[in-house]
Design a protein around this ligand. Structure first.
Ligand SMILES: Nc1ncnc2c1ncn2[C@@H]1O[C@H](COP(=O)(O)OP(=O)(O)O)[C@@H](O)[C@H]1O
Ligand SMILES: [Mg+2]
Length: 388
């Protein structure tokens, strides 16, 4: 289970350390930084998939993703006595992302490359300055397992250090360059953990959405990101997952309704029978909201629960009356999987908050920085970034 997330200088997350529970609800007013927090977590996951540079480029590059405020904010700036202005930088530009779990933690620090010696069209690519893997809840000098600085990575070997690589590419993380389990087993462990995180952001439900069409199906234990394989995933849960709970979840949201999967020539189609109709509706005929809700049911009944599931605004396109049922679905899933839910829908928020396991992370924007409401300096979990 993840216990802490930490971000620095990513958009409005100038400096944020958040403790995590089993069911985490991130909420707050518009512009408070909910989506920034979601994107920061995705970026962290991208580092394990070797896509952190590409992911940053899609966001407009490091320049856009970096905190756009001054390096230091004085009290007089906050009180409006002096204008907000940059001063000569004391520390280098550093976009930092990290997490800690019960058994290990990881952090990455990215910045701008020095002026190139040879002409390059990639002069604005971010450079990975350092990465660190440690055991325990936060980084200390005594619990570092692997330490990467620039092109060099070393691991702890008794009381000394052993260099495991001294020619790493500065634009790629250790996870893509040190995949040899013999030489650096901790890299593999952390990478596999991060790769297990599952993000659901936006299910397609438009007229041409793949989940509305008959699809060739195979056993599907993990619903795809866009929900395209909904019918196959549903049938898989019926056969090898918690079928009773799946059926109950449909009845909970749509009393009296049932879902069946028809298979013809290997093509799977979802059928929805609702009280009062003489024939079932096909996925093609379902309303956006019904189709999306069924997709959430399938995602949250996965027969292979991940270590962390991240749901971004699951309320999108759902009728508000469905939100209490969605909260029950999420709560039930949280008994197998650590959940991170970003939501702006008051009915979902209030239904989740009633759950004893729910930890609410209410964000606010204070002088353009995202902060957790009610979190004082003493409530912040201990956290140290690796030093360059
Ligand atoms: N590079 C940046 N530096 C500082 N703040 C930023 C940066 N990029 C975006 N923001 C701030 O982030 C806010 C949007 O946050 P967002 O996470 O989308 O909010 P919401 O809670 O509505 O999802 C914007 O209002 C903007 O002020
Ligand atoms: Mg948002």
């Amino acid at each position: 289970m993840l216990t802490t997330l930490a971000f620095a200088n990513y958009r409005s997350l100038r400096s944020l350390v958040i403790p995590l529970g089993q069911l985490n609800l991130v909420t707050g007013p518009n512009g408070s930084g909910k989506s920034n927090l979601y994107r920061a977590l995705r970026l962290l996951a991208d580092s394990a998939n070797g896509r952190v540079g590409a992911a940053l480029a899609r966001e407009g590059g490091l320049t856009s993703a970096l905190w756009a405020g001054p390096e230091h904010i004085s009290r007089r700036m906050c009180q409006g006595e002096v204008p907000v202005e940059g001063t000569l930088r004391r520390d280098p530009v550093a976009l930092k992302l990290g997490f800690a779990g019960e058994d290990f933690g990881y952090a990455i620090d990215m910045g701008f490359p020095p002026p190139p010696k040879f002409p390059t069209a990639f002069a604005l690519d971010p450079e990975i300055k350092c990465e660190s893997i440690w055991s325990g809840p936060f980084l200390r000098s005594s619990n570092v397992l692997l330490d990467r600085r620039g092109t060099m990575a070393r691991v702890r070997d008794g009381r000394s250090w052993r260099v495991v690589s001294d020619h790493l590419d500065r634009f790629e993380s250790i996870f893509t360059q040190m995949a040899d389990p013999e030489r650096a087993p901790e890299v593999m462990r952390v990478r596999e953990t991060i790769r297990g995180w599952r993000f659901y952001d936006h299910f397609r439900s438009d007229h041409d959405a793949p989940s509305r069409q008959a699809q060739l199906g195979t056993r599907t234990v993990v619903l795809s990101h866009d929900g395209a394989d909904l019918a196959a995933a549903w049938q898989t849960i019926l056969e090898i997952g918690d079928a009773d709970s799946l059926i109950n979840a449909v009845d909970d949201a749509f009393p009296g309704a049932t879902v069946t999967i028809s298979v013809s020539d290997g093509r799977f189609t979802l059928l929805f029978m609702q009280p009062g109709l003489l024939r079932p509706l096909t996925a093609m005929e379902l309303s956006d909201g019904t189709l999306r809700y069924l997709t959430w049911i399938a995602a949250l009944h996965t027969p292979r629960p991940p270590p962390l599931m991240v749901l971004n605004e699951p309320e999108t396109s759902l009728h508000p009356d469905l939100l209490p049922a969605l909260a029950r679905l999420i709560t039930q899933a949280a008994s197998h999987t650590q959940m991170w839910v970003v939501s702006h829908a008051s009915r979902l928020v209030s239904a989740l908050e009633q759950q004893p396991a729910c930890q609410t992370i209410m964000l606010e924007k204070d002088f353009s920085q995202t902060r957790v409401v009610g979190q004082g300096a003493l409530d912040e979990p201990a956290w140290y970034w690796p030093e360059r």
